[in-house]
Unconditional design. Sequence first.
Length: 463
Amino acid sequence: MIYKPHNYQSYCIQRIVTDPAVGLFLRPGLGKTSITLTAINMLKYYRWSISKALVVAPKKVAEGTWSKEAAKWDHLKHLRIVTVLGSSSKRIRALNTPGDVYIINRENIPWLVDYYKQAWPFDMLVLDESTSFKNSRSKRFKAIKPVRRFCRKIVLLTGTPSSKGLEDLWAQVYLLDGGQRLGKTLTQYRQMYFDPDKRNATQIWSYKAKSGAEVAVLKAISDICVSMKAEDYLELPACIDHEIPVLLDDKAKKAYDQFERDLLLEVDEDVITASAAGVLTNKLQQFCSGAIYDEDKKVVHIHDCKLDAYMELLERIDGEPCITFYGFQHDRDRILERLSKTKLCVRVYKGTEDEDAWNNGKIDVLLVHPSSCAYGLNLQAGGRHIVWFTPNWSFELNDQGKCRLWRQGSPYDKIYNHFLVAQGCVDEDIIAAVKDRTNTHETVMKVLKARIQKQKASKGGAT
């Protein structure tokens, strides 16, 4: 296929070619992969300024997205794409294979750095979904930081660079400029743009941005980062969010209310931690879905209200293919069991074979966990319906998941993003949090404390 870049794509290609470091903060669907490969091709075969490029990506993206994109376009078919995946021996064999672009999953970056030590061979580094490196205390950030100096070029790719707040930006921008714009350390960055938020006498637990901080930060990085939204540059299909209220039957609602009451009344809202809050809301979410893991990790069935609503939705879309995002294994298993009684072709997403089958119209229902394929996969050819069986707290996963279908190249004029929302339950809080784009951990804490207060007030009124 002949590549005819949009004007914004040509601009981004030129930025990669001319700038030693650039962050392309482009929303999904704008063609980050083709932009980057085109720039790599120009740098290697027309300017002779790089020899080997390393792309670090989420595992599912590393498995097929980059190689498929290179094979798709006439001007890129000669590029030698080598995937560095699998066992240690397979990875070593791949690294010794002649290539132009080497693709590795982000989890293996510490291994790769240790393998080469001071003999780092890559002079261009691409971090696909650079938010994977936003934690400066993580092993992958600490591994990539010292080899950054060996790279003539570095490119960051993501559509959501700061989905949980401005603090996400420091580590990513540091990899671009070594701390020139946002400070040499995270502490320095916080001192410039944040005030302490939650703290005790000796420790600060969280920070909040100072007034005007967002404008100041974005101005500071504007020369090294490019930010674009697909809807500003492309004619995308309309994306319609559709909340489907799920009414629990009397027995299930009574059981949920009692479960929440028993779960929360013993909790001290003043000392609860974010991790404990996550565990508790996780249990409430499971209950909304209709099953829960007991203390022995066995699945206890509670109700089928949401599952029935899901089947009714499939009937309403009249056999059209749909991607279904589930949150728990028992969600997936119960959906599979119910769909086994139909004539629908159902698959659980595992890799590139499922991606191809979906895009070729061979799958009616594709079951996916959002964290396994929210990033980088092109699924727009296979359908126009997404169903969130289990609402997810993360704005980033919601946004990226939606953009698997809502992107350039979709043959549809509308994309439908369906949410199954149990009424009067924690599901409603999750949907509200996603709409507000609030910090996930803070929101979970806030929601749980509000529910604890409600239960205590209810108990007080009953006595």
